[in-house]
Design a protein around this ligand. Structure first.
Ligand code: SF4
Length: 344
């Protein structure tokens, strides 16, 4: 009999299984606490379950926890972890410490279909979606990595490999487990989902009433430029994206973040700054200006500091909220857009 991963079972199916074998309903909750709250994957370690039940679970189910296959630490303390899944597929995640707290940047797919031209992940193509448990496991891995170093996990960003809104059911399931008071109980306000801009996905997030933060990788507010940087823009141009963001803001009452990777001579000109300011007039947003880290074979360069400062000053003159962010882990290829499974 082929065993299935118990963590793919909805609560109702786990309950049906237990009741059909004469077990009590409260065992479902106990099992879920082991799996999702304590991060314990082995049935024999589930100490408050009777031996017969642990054996029964072992006969029918298995768990396939993800594991770290390689880790590299940057000069600035940022760590890139290669995470291997049950079928040998690999995705990278990044842990970014700041004093005794840290942010974990986790992946939602192995590779990515969207092929943004500045991104190393896009260049390796797409292998598969990650299961909810595989996304969840990265949080467990980050927590353990940090605990061993005397730090705690403060924030989670779904900004590693992949486009979360193209794997939305599993992403929402993982987010529910991470934030559930009976699982990891991490506040949804400490979770950020970053998207290249899939309008129907953004609308669905709004309709689902999510309480986590939304970030949109914009990188240009000029369609022709964005088409070149992010081919997804040809399917969903800026007008459609703008409507979806407005819908999200109106439904959730939150202020999304616009991520903007500054590229020399491409999207850092006065015309591009004006277009960005116009785009952001439609809703309340924060803008994160991010430094570019070149990837192998990239045609792009980082903007000059004086160009960056002029760009930021222009936006601020329009009363926009702007942060300039240095992305971290450049020396280990862990900075924004650098995740390419080189650890393999
Ligand atoms: S930037 Fe994000 S959406 Fe674009 S190719 Fe890279 S991982 Fe995919």
């Amino acid at each position: 009999m082929e065993k299935i991963d118990i963590r793919t079972l909805p609560r109702t199916e786990l309950l049906d299984f237990l009741l059909s074998r004469g077990e009590k309903a409260f065992r479902a909750k106990q099992i879920e606490q082991w799996l999702w709250q304590k991060g314990v994957a082995r049935f024999e370690e589930m100490g408050n379950l009777p031996r017969a039940l642990r054996d029964l679970l072992g006969e029918h189910f298995e768990t396939r926890p993800a594991a770290v296959s390689a880790a590299r630490e940057s000069r600035d303390g940022t760590a890139k972890l290669a995470v291997v899944f049950h079928d040998g597929q690999l995705a990278e995640m990044v842990v970014i410490p700041s004093r005794n707290k840290a942010t974990a940047c986790i992946s939602t797919q192995v590779g990515c279909k969207l092929r943004c031209s500045f991104c190393a992940t896009g260049a390796i193509g797409f292998a598969r979606d990650l299961e909810a448990a595989e996304i969840f496991d990265q949080v467990i891995i980050a927590r353990k990595y940090l605990e061993e170093r005397g730090m705690s996990l403060a924030n989670i960003v779904l900004m590693g490999m992949g486009e979360p809104l193209l794997n939305l059911d599993r992403v929402l399931d993982a987010a529910r487990r991470v934030t559930d008071p009976e699982a990891l109980a991490i506040s949804p306000y400490r979770l950020t989902l970053s998207t290249a801009g899939i309008p129907e996905g953004i609308r669905r997030l709004a309709d689902e009433g999510v309480r986590f933060h939304l970030a949109i990788s914009l990188h240009s507010a000029v369609n022709a430029t964005r088409d070149r940087l992010m081919p997804i823009n040809k399917a969903y141009p800026l007008e459609a994206l703008s409507d979806a963001i407005a819908y999200f803001v109106q439904k959730t009452g939150t202020r999304p973040t616009i991520e903007y990777l500054l590229l020399d001579g491409v999207n850092d000109t006065p015309r591009q700054a004006e277009a960005l300011a116009r785009f952001c007039r439609a809703f309340p947003v924060k803008v994160n200006i991010i430094e570019y880290h070149p990837v192998d074979g990239s045609p792009y360069r980082r903007s000059r500091p004086e160009t960056r400062d002029r760009f930021v000053a222009f936006l601020e003159s329009k009363n926009m909220v702007v942060n300039t962010r240095r992305s971290r882990g450049e020396d280990i290829d862990a900075a924004c857009g650098q995740l390419a499974n080189k650890s393999r």
